[in-house]
Design a protein around this ligand. Structure first.
Ligand code: PLP
Length: 391
């Protein structure tokens, strides 16, 4: 166990040497096990934030650890200039999780990189400029993704933004229609806006987006960086309401915490790509691919999609009985809890005192849960008990 003196040192050292762009919880997490994390002082926290929706299979799942360890001993990295067994298996496994139409993967390293590439592909293949995204959406921090981010706060002081980005009202097809024209390359959206307060639209909205994109020859891109890899109780939001986008951007949970992203795309799109059109040094590195393969295996073998569906039904139903809760939003283990009077931050603090980690959103009324897909009923009950003790 780290002593108090060392603890202060660690926090001080991080404050001194790391650029202070994050407001951090005042503890040092040293170790994780499934839905639990342990601090340097030996305290145990229930992690309903999942390291920001990343730790899909739980912290340090033994099969992920073994896959990474075995791969590291054989080959940590080689680029896309050679074929590699881990990459071959990971690409096949990933594509097999996706709706049938999305039959090819391009590997990258992060969510923003996945979105940048998806938008670049749409512009390249259509020869058009305009990208429609949505108010309240978040797509990342690099120039293209931040330009597509509808949450205005993230675009402040980032100028010049990329040209050609316009923002429609989420859930309102008339607003989309007013922007859509024959210069539109793509519509990009988080099918459930997570950072924006866990907002989902009605089924018809997604269907209409598909229809309108087909009418005008634009591409539909789902940013499933958060909703992908099982979080909604299915591998993807894509396919829901029979809507399959042309591309899905993935990252966060796809390799259980090893940095990795991917763009899933149709055969038709992939067929237009030539050597040199896309690239990234680390994308599809063997270590990340081994982690991705093991992640898919664990999700399937441990029935984690079923687990998410069953237990989120229970979680949603119990939350809706609580007086302090005005509304419960989201799907599966992407949960937004709206409180009556802007108290999400104080509820988060109250839960933290009970050793439960949760997340906030850009909506001050909404607390977010993004737990590992392994979260089960006993820990949900612990959370519900904790929450009912806060008023
Ligand atoms: N898209 C969505 C929906 C996200 O939630 C995030 C990150 O929070 C991103 C894109 C950007 O991902 P990354 O931070 O890996 O670049």
């Amino acid at each position: 166990m780290t002593t108090q003196l060392q603890l202060e040192n660690l926090i001080d050292i991080e404050e001194q040497y790391q650029v202070a762009t994050y407001k951090k919880f005042p503890f040092v997490i040293e170790r994780g096990d499934d839905v639990w994390v342990y601090t340097s002082e030996g305290e145990r926290y229930l992690d309903l934030y999942g390291g920001h929706a990343v730790v899909s299979t739980g912290h340090s799942h033994p099969r992920i650890v073994k896959a990474i360890t075995d791969q590291a001993q054989r080959l940590i990295f080689y680029s896309n200039l050679v074929y590699n067994d881990a990459r071959a298996r990971a690409a096949k496994k990933l594509v097999e999780t996706a709706p049938e139409l999305l039959s090819k993967a391009f590997f990258v390293n992060s969510g923003t990189e996945a979105n940048e590439n998806a938008m670049k592909i749409a512009r390249m293949l259509t020869g058009r400029q305009k990208i429609i995204s949505f108010e309240g959406g978040f797509h990342g921090r690099t120039p293209g993704s931040v330009s597509a981010t509808g949450l205005a706060k993230y675009r402040e002081n980032v100028s010049p933004l990329l040209e050609g980005h316009v923002y429609a009202e989420f859930g309102n097809i008339d607003s989309v229609n007013s922007l859509l024209d024959d210069d539109t390359a793509a519509i990009i959206l988080e099918p459930i806006q997570s950072m924006g307060g866990v907002r989902m639209a009605g089924a018809q909205f997604y269907k209409s987006l598909r229809e309108r994109c087909d009418d005008i020859g634009a591409m539909l891109i789902y940013d499933e960086v958060q909703t992908g890899m099982g979080r909604t109780g299915e591998f993807y939001f894509a396919g829901r309401f029979d809507v399959v986008p042309d591309m899905i951007a993935l990252a966060k949970g796809i390799a259980s915490g090893v940095p990795m992203g991917a763009v899933l795309m149709t055969d038709a799109i992939a067929g237009e790509m030539k050597p040199g059109d896309l690239g990234t040094t680390f994308g599809g590195g063997p270590l990340a691919c081994a982690a991705l393969e093991a992640t898919v295996d664990v999700i399937r073998d441990e029935g984690l999609l079923e687990n998410v569906r069953e237990n989120s039904d229970y979680l949603f139903a119990e939350l809706r009985k609580m007086l302090l809760v005005e509304e419960v939003r989201g799907l599966g283990y992407l949960v937004g809890i709206k409180f009556r009077d802007g108290t999400a931050k104080s509820v988060q603090q109250g839960l933290l005192e009970k050793k439960i980690i949760t997340g906030l959103s850009e909506d001050p009324d909404v607390l977010r849960l993004l737990p590992p897909l392994t979260l089960r009923r006993p820990e949900i009950d612990l959370f519900l008990d904790g929450l009912s003790g806060i008023s």
